[in-house]
Write a protein that binds this ligand. Structure first.
Ligand code: 1HE
Length: 264
């Protein structure tokens, strides 16, 4: 279903609802969804104004590609001060996405390159179909990543793989991306969106406090030493278990009313 109000006014994003999932579709296919200043601004607006009853976000791209990265036609206009602010601006948007209230799933097809890969890396889960390919052409353009890629991409695939992608222009296909840990789910060509919606609907059923713990505590614990991590975990675990929703879900299981864990 369509959305109304502020979200409907964003012309570079097509925004629709499917139950508790909000679907943000990058809508600049003539430019392969290249991220212009206006597109990043609209993405920020959308991420900061999620309806209260949305429990997950799905991000996809219109046309044959997910996203061609930074709009290179705007790059030449910026001086050094403008460039550092531009990068910090992207950081703010992708941080808002990664450390928001709800899980974000990326549906990836075609080119997922440069800033497009940085956007995908800021999402919590990535679904790729057979048409997807991943690259960091910054290396070939004489520039560097500026959308948080140097922080997020090595955490997914390791510094060595990112170094290779940037120094040699190596492009990963969907199989390689899955093996490298970049992609969590695969779909046949044309199937990224359907699979990603299934994943987003599942994520949307997570209790809000568990989603909070996964989004906010898990990456911080991963950065902590073992002693601090275990301590943070104990606190987070106690907070989550004390919520009425946790108590209701545990009770439902004990009464035989909740789904069992089944082999996939
Ligand atoms: C663009 C952009 C763009 C396409 N900025 N205009 N990203 C890159 O270096 C990737 C550059 N793009 C490509 O390699 C290819 O366009 C694609 C593989 C993504 C798609 O190929 P294709 O054959 O489907 O499309 P196309 O014919 O190359 O492009 C169609 C139009 O989109 C064309 O414009 P037109 O006016 O001639 O029709 C292209 O110029 C335009 N277009 N990609 C501007 N990126 C915060 S730091 C992040 C740093 C980066 O992301 S650097 C990596 C940038």
């Amino acid at each position: 279903t369509p959305v109304d109000g502020l979200l409907a006014s964003l012309d570079l994003l097509t925004i629709t609802r499917a139950g508790a999932v909000l679907h943000l579709r990058l809508n600049r296919p003539a430019k392969r969804n290249a991220i212009s200043d206006e597109l990043i601004r609209q993405l920020h607006t959308a991420v900061l104004n999620l309806p209260a009853d949305v429990n997950a976000v799905l991000i996809s791209g219109e046309g044959a590609h997910f996203c061609a990265g930074l709009d290179l036609s705007e790059l030449v206009e910026r001086d050094i001060g403008g460039a550092v602010q531009h990068s910090r601006g992207w950081h703010a948007v992708f941080d808002a996405l990664q450390f928001g209230r709800v899980p974000v799933v990326a549906a990836l097809h075609g080119a997922v390159v440069g800033g497009g890969l940085e956007l995908a890396a800021a999402c919590h889960l990535r679904v790729a179909d057979d048409s997807a390919y991943f690259g960091l052409p910054e290396g070939q353009r004489g520039i560097f990543v500026g959308g948080g890629g140097s922080v997020r991409i090595p955490r997914l695939i390791g510094v060595a793989r990112m170094t290779d992608m940037m120094l040699t222009g190596r492009v990963y296909d969907a199989d390689q991306a899955e093996r490298a840990g970049l992609v969590q789910y695969r779909a046949p060509a044309g199937g990224a969106l359907a699979k990603a919606m299934e994943v987003a609907q599942a994520a949307a059923r997570t209790s809000p406090m568990t989603a909070f713990a996964v989004i906010h505590a898990l990456p911080r614990i991963a950065e902590q030493g073992a002693a601090e991590g275990l301590f943070t975990e104990a606190l987070m675990s106690a907070v989550a278990a004390s919520t009425p929703e946790a108590k209701a879900r545990l009770q439902a299981f004990l009464e035989g009313k909740a789904a069992k864990v089944v082999k996939s």
